[in-house]
Design a protein around this ligand. Structure first.
Ligand code: PRX
Length: 695
């Protein structure tokens, strides 16, 4: 799918303003001591924090890290033994892997032959250990004052009822189930119910359009789709069931028919009488599920049996079905959660991610529940009814660990400190960031204002493919540098390689790869193992290639600098430029489109689209809106271009390849840095584009 020659230059993609690798003089501030200022490069954990932390020193981290890479099988077996396994693995075959494509098929297996069930470990075990009355899920609705909760015992009952229903309607081990739900408690319940019976869930973010949903349904052919009729998000109502109806009609045209659409009646958004209905296919959740028994036998599955499929964007138009299996993912998400947030049983944990993305899989549902944590699930929007909502929720539930994305930090930062300071936030202990590089000024605001300079920030770098955290500062162990994801997690062996795939040591910049497998790694792309190998293992033979650029400074800290392929990261949402392009060219008046990412103050990156219209079609504001609407309808609102740049032609090489490097420079108005344009088939195109930049 991609070779090193297709990658952008790491330097040119670097939007990390932190001056990675350029730290000459280190100024330090101790956690809780004073505000971290522009001059402070190091934030040291306080003695008080470290003393009670699970990993309390660099030395302890280093000892554990060394053990994890010297003897991965021993390290992970010891941790895995803390979980319930119906049958244990063969101690001589804890991990079998081949990451080197030149030596044969790429494959990764952990704990193969052992059997377990992740739902049993995440729910039943806590109940049988006497923690059934502990709250598993706190739920906060869109409107302040609208809330609910489930203890572990109640969660078990609810999961069993749905699992019993799914079994009754014929869902079996290995069958796919699509879940298209907003952040209701029913979403983690549905994931766990599938896992309980060995069905493979595929959660589709409820912001995806009918077309995107249909594409996923056609790919994985689920027996059943689980949804709700509508949801309120901030002041808006979104009619999810209508979207599902359209998607199911579209799938049927492609000979994929779904027998059942199980629909939760979300009464606060829409009454059932108003919901469009197809008799024989559509079933109200509330009419059937509560009638099923609250006991449901667990399906013991092999550690390598699939747990879920999650579609993500790549550098072609077709989303990739990232497949995670059971045993390694279970051990990895639970362990990373525990150490990344220094988890204590008294914690109240809130991750603002939606379960439609990997963060919601690993760190709303599985990781926290496997640890027996109390997790907050929030249905609403973080700025509704105003920009203080998050801190209101933190105070209401006494949240101790708050995990979010830089885009949210930046958007709340813009609203001013008053919204934050109005609330106490004194329960907060650890903060977390994910999804994109966090720029140092947002880091400092998060640290100083939200966390009152008291809470370490776990800046977790990872991916849908990695299943769990890969590079992060373990709180209490490491001095932090604002904007650096710091050091690798146990068992993770990062390598920075150059264009030729040669590993570079010491202080350097290059392409981020990983040398060995880790238990949470994805095992394949659903139905396309070849694409798995080509995309991730071919660019640099012998390594897993992450698609990210990275620097390492003289102290060994890692600084992620963003994607180096044709994937952009908008508000922490991963979007393939090819997906947006193919949506644009489906517009009847669009001849050609090229999309690039451009720095955006709040979203991290914005979507910048160069559009060539069909012969004779005039530019107009109406057409611009209609092009944007096409993308919203085909992918989802989150993928709507921020800018349409009219392009009479696109800069292409003589062989017809679009030179995106030039488009990126035009988009970011770095017009003095266009570089060599003489190899273009028509160099005049560049001047035309510049002339139209502000039209
Ligand atoms: O570019 C990296 C960025 O997000 C990409 C992965 O996106 P996705 O699979 O959607 O998963 C997002 C949540 C894990 C990465 O290739 N990314 C994620 N976390 C960070 C990050 N970039 C810098 N720092 C991070 N903490």
């Amino acid at each position: 799918e991609l070779g090193p020659s297709d990658l952008c230059h790491v330097e040119s993609m670097s939007h990390n303003p932190s001056g990675a690798g350029k730290i000459n003089k280190l100024n330090a501030v101790i956690l809780g001591d004073s505000l971290a200022s522009e001059e402070d490069d190091l934030i040291l954990p306080s003695a008080q924090f470290s003393q009670s932390a699970l990993i309390s020193s660099q030395q302890q981290y280093e000892n554990m890290y060394k053990k994890s890479v010297d003897d991965p099988a021993g390290f992970w077996s010891e941790i895995a033994s803390e979980f319930y396994w119906k049958e244990k693995w063969n101690p001589n075959e804890v991990c079998k892997e081949n990451l080197d494509i030149t030596k044969g098929q790429v494959s990764i297996e952990w704990f193969k032959g052992a059997s377990t069930n992740i739902c049993y470990n995440a729910v039943d075990l806590h109940v049988s250990a006497g923690n059934g009355d502990k709250v598993a899920i706190y739920w906060e609705g869109n409107e302040p004052g609208q809330d609910g909760q489930l203890t572990y015992s109640q969660l078990l009952d609810s999961v069993c009822q749905l699992a019993s229903y799914l079994k009754e309607v014929g869902v079996r081990k290995g069958d796919a189930v699509i879940i298209y739900l907003p952040m209701l408690m029913e979403l983690p319940i549905a994931m766990l119910a599938c896992a309980r019976i060995g069905a493979v869930h595929s959660v589709v973010f409820a912001g995806f359009s009918a077309e995107s949903l249909a594409q996923r349904i056609i790919d994985c052919k689920p027996k059943i789709v689980i949804t709700c009729n509508a949801v309120r998000r901030g002041p808006k109502v979104i009619f999810l069931k209508d979207i599902v109806d359209t998607a199911l009609t579209e799938s049927a045209k492609n000979n994929v028919s779904v027998d059942i659409c199980l629909t939760y009646e979300n009464t606060s958004a829409m009454k059932r009488e108003e919901t469009k209905w197809q008799d024989g296919r559509d079933v109200w959740w509330q009419d059937v599920v509560p009638n099923f028994p609250t006991k449901c036998d667990v399906e013991w599955v092999d550690a390598e049996d699939p747990l879920f499929l999650l579609y993500t964007s790549g550098s072609t138009g077709k989303p990739k079905g990232v497949l995670h299996t059971t045993g390694g993912y279970m051990v990895y998400t639970a362990t990373t959660f525990k150490y990344a947030f220094d988890y204590k049983p008294s914690d109240i944990y809130w991750c603002t991610a939606d379960c439609g993305w990997i963060t919601g899989h690993s760190y709303v549902t599985y990781g926290p529940l496997l640890n027996g944590a109390s997790v907050l699930v929030f249905e609403g929007a973080p700025n509704y009814p105003d920009a203080g909502r998050c801190w209101d929720i933190v105070d209401k539930y006494k949240v101790t660990i708050f995990y979010t994305a830089p885009t949210l930090v930046r958007s709340l930062m813009r609203e001013g400190d008053e919204f934050v300071k109005h609330y106490s936030r004194k329960s907060l202990r650890v903060l977390g960031s994910v999804g994109e590089p966090i720029n140092p000024s947002a880091w400092r605001w998060f640290f100083n204002v939200v966390g009152d300079s008291r809470c370490p920030i776990s800046d977790t770098w990872w991916q849908t493919e990695t299943g769990g955290f890969m590079i992060l500062p373990i709180p209490g162990a490491w001095p932090q540098k604002p904007g650096s994801a710091t050091f690798p997690f146990f068992g993770v062996q990062p390598a920075i390689v150059d264009e030729k795939g040669k590993e570079i040591e010491g202080e350097c910049s290059g392409y981020l790869c990983i040398k060995k497998s880790w238990p949470g790694a994805f095992r394949t792309l659903f139905g396309d193992h070849e694409r798995y190998e080509t995309t991730y293992f071919k660019p640099f033979a012998g390594y897993y290639f992450t698609g990210d650029g990275c620097s390492r400074d003289k102290d060994g800290y890692y600084w992620l600098t963003g994607r180096v392929d044709d994937v952009i990261n908008v508000s922490g949402h991963r979007i393939g430029t090819a997906e947006v392009e193919s949506a644009l060219v489906s517009h009847p008046q669009c001849a050609e489109a090229a999309v690039v990412g451009v720095e955006h103050e709040v979203k991290g990156q914005g979507i910048y689209a160069f559009v060539t219209l069909k012969e004779g079609v005039p530019y107009s504001e109406g057409l611009r809106k209609s092009l944007i609407l096409t993308v919203r309808n085909q992918i989802g609102a989150f993928a709507a271009p921020d800018k349409i740049h009219w392009a009479p032609g696109l800069p292409k090489t003589r062989s017809g390849k679009i030179m995106r490097r030039i488009l990126r420079k035009i988009a970011s108005r770095q017009l003095n840095e266009l570089g060599d344009t003489s190899t273009l088939a028509d160099p005049g195109v560049v001047d035309q584009l510049i002339a139209l930049a502000d039209c």
